[in-house]
Write a protein that binds this ligand. Structure first.
Ligand code: UGA
Length: 428
C-alpha cells in the first residue's frame, strides 16, 4: 500500500522504515530540508540500533523515499500518518500546533478519499479536532481520521515495531478499518479496533501506568533502605507474579525521556479539563522528583562540600542504548552538581554530542575510564550495559577517593566493594 508519514523524527522515521521493510511503499515527509537531504543521502540523524541498515536497504529497494512536499505525499498515498512532535508547554498541557498545522496542510491537498492517522501521542479528543480542522479547511474532503498510537521504546524501537505486543486502531468509521488492518497484517500481532477516544486514552493510560510502576518500586526502594531489605529481591519476588510482571520494576534515579514526564503531565491536565482530578498520577510525579533528590542527598552526605570536588559521571542519556538526552534525569543531576560548585567530567557512549550544548561547563572525555582521573567520586547515571565491564579495579586506582554512586543498580555491590570502592546504590 502507498503510505505517507509526516514528521521524520524518532517515531516517524522508524515507523516509515518498518512499513517499507514489510513491503509497503512509503514516503516520509519533513519540513526540515536539511534533514530530508541527509536522509536521502543515507545519513540517519538519530542513533537507533538497526535503523540505519533498514533505511539503506529499503531506499535501495525503492520502497522508502524522503520529501519536504506534503502535496506530493498526499497525492501519492491512501493513508497519511501524522508523526510530528507534541512538545510540553509550561502548564503541563501539550502543544498541538504542529499536529494542527499538518492537518491544515494535508486538508488543502486532499482530492480523493484519504485516511489521516494520528501517530503522535496526543490527549484524548484530539482526533475529533483533527477531523474538524480538515473539514474546516476543505469542506468537501472525503476523509476518515484514525488514532493509531505507537508503543515503541527508544533504543529498541525497530524491534518493538517489527514485533509489537498489539496494534491499536481507533476509528470513527468502519471504512478505515480494512486498509488499517491491511497495513498491519504483515506484523502478525493482535489488532485491537476501538473508537477514536479509547485509542488515544490507551496510549496515555499505558505510559502513565508504566511510570506508576517505576515510582512504586522507587518508593519501595526507600523503604528497603530504611529497613535493610534488598529492592532487587523484592522486585524479583513481586515480578514473579504474572499479574504484576518484573518489567519496569527497576529502581533508579527516576524516569526521564521525551515521553513519560510529558505524557504524565498531559494526562493529568486533560483529566482535570474533563473534571477528573487524577491525584494518583500527581503522586507518581512527586515520587519521581523525590527520587532524584534522594540520590543527590546521598552524594552530598558523603562528599560533604561539593565546591571544587571532581566528580566523574558515567551516562548522560535518559536511558541506555540511546543518544537522547531530552528530560534526562542524568542531565538534571549534573546541572545541580554544577550549581553546587562541583567540577564534572562525563562520558556517555552515544549521547555526548547531544549533551554538550546543554552542559557547556562539563568536560566530556573520550574514554569511560578517564572520568576516574583524580576524581573524588564517580556517579553512574545511565544504564548502559557496557559500564558493567569497565576496568573498575584500575579505575579505582586513578581516583582520589573511591566513592562510587550507582544510580541504576547496574553493578554488583560485592564485587565493587571487593575492588575497594565505597559503593552506594538504590534500595540495597
Ligand atoms: C516509553 C514507553 O516504554 C514506550 O512504550 C512508549 O511508546 C514511549 O515511551 C513513547 O511514548 O513514545 P521510552 O521513553 O523510549 O518509551 O523509554 P522507556 O524504556 O519506557 O524508559 C523511560 C524511562 O524510565 C527511562 O528514563 C528509564 O531509565 C526509566 N525506567 C524504565 C526505570 O527507571 N525503571 C524501569 O524499570 C524502566
Amino acid at each position: 500500500m502507498n503510505l505517507a508519514i509526516v514528521g521524520s523524527g524518532y517515531v516517524g522515521l522508524v515507523t516509515g522504515t518498518c512499513f517499507a521493510e514489510v513491503g509497503h511503499r512509503v514516503v516520509c515527509v519533513d519540513n526540515d530540508l536539511k534533514k530530508v537531504h541527509q536522509l536521502q543521502d543515507g545519513q540517519i540523524p538519530i542513533y537507533e540500533p538497526g535503523l540505519e541498515e533498514l533505511v539503506k536497504k529499503n531506499v535501495a529497494a525503492g520502497r522508502l523515499s524522503f520529501t519536504a512536499s506534503i502535496e506530493h505525499a498526499v497525492a501519492e498515498s491512501l493513508v497519511i500518518f501524522i508523526a510530528v512532535p507534541t512538545p510540553p508547554q509550561p502548564d503541563g498541557s501539550v502543544d498541538l500546533s504542529f499536529v494542527e498545522g499538518v492537518a491544515r496542510e494535508i486538508a488543502v491537498h486532499i482530492k480523493d478519499y484519504r485516511i489521516v492517522v494520528d501517530k503522535s501521542t496526543v490527549p484524548v479528543k484530539t482526533g475529533e479536532k483533527v477531523a474538524q480542522t480538515i473539514k474546516r479547511y476543505n469542506p468537501g474532503a472525503d476523509i476518515d481520521v484514525v488514532s493509531n498510537p505507537e508503543f515503541l521504546r527508544e533504543g529498541s524501537a525497530v524491534e518493538d515495531l517489527m514485533k509489537p505486543d498489539r496494534i491499536v486502531i481507533g476509528v470513527s468509521s468502519d471504512r478505515a478499518t480494512g486498509p488499517m488492518k491491511e497495513i498491519y497484517s504483515p506484523f502478525n500481532a493482535p489488532i485491537m479496533v476501538t473508537d477514536l477516544n479509547s485509542a488515544e486514552l490507551i496510549k496515555h493510560a499505558s505510559n502513565s501506568f508504566l511510570a506508576l510502576k517505576i515510582s512504586y518500586i522507587n518508593a519501595v526502594a526507600a523503604i528497603c533502605e530504611a529497613s535493610g531489605a534488598n529492592i532487587e529481591r523484592v522486585a524479583d519476588g513481586m515480578g514473579a507474579d504474572k499479574r504484576i510482571g518484573r518489567a519496569f520494576l527497576n529502581t533508579g534515579i527516576g524516569y526521564g525521556g521525551s515521553c513519560f514526564p510529558k505524557d504524565l503531565s498531559a494526562f493529568i491536565r486533560i483529566s482535570d479539563e474533563l473534571g477528573c482530578d487524577f491525584r494518583l498520577l500527581k503522586e507518581v510525579e512527586a515520587i519521581n522528583r523525590d527520587q532524584k533528590e534522594r540520590f543527590l542527598k546521598k552524594v552530598r552526605e558523603s562528599l560533604w562540600v561539593l565546591r571544587h570536588k571532581k566528580i566523574g559521571v558515567l551516562g548522560l542519556a535518559f536511558k541506555g542504548n540511546t543518544d537522547d538526552v531530552r528530560s534526562s534525569v542524568a542531565i538534571d543531576i549534573v546541572r545541580q552538581l554544577i550549581v553546587e560548585g562541583a567540577d564534572i567530567r562525563a562520558y556517555d557512549p552515544k549521547a555526548m554530542d547531544k549533551a554538550r550544548p546543554l552542559l557547556p561547563e562539563v568536560k566530556m572525555v573520550a574514554q569511560a575510564e578517564e572520568v576516574a582521573d583524580s576524581a573524588d567520586a564517580i556517579l553512574l547515571l545511565t544504564e548502559w550495559n557496557e559500564f558493567k565491564s569497565l576496568p573498575w579495579q584500575a579505575m579505582k586506582k586513578r581516583m582520589l577517593s573511591p566513592l562510587l554512586f550507582d544510580g541504576r543498580n547496574l553493578l554488583n555491590p560485592e564485587e565493587m566493594r571487593a575492588f575497594g570502592f565505597t559503593y552506594t546504590s538504590i534500595g540495597r
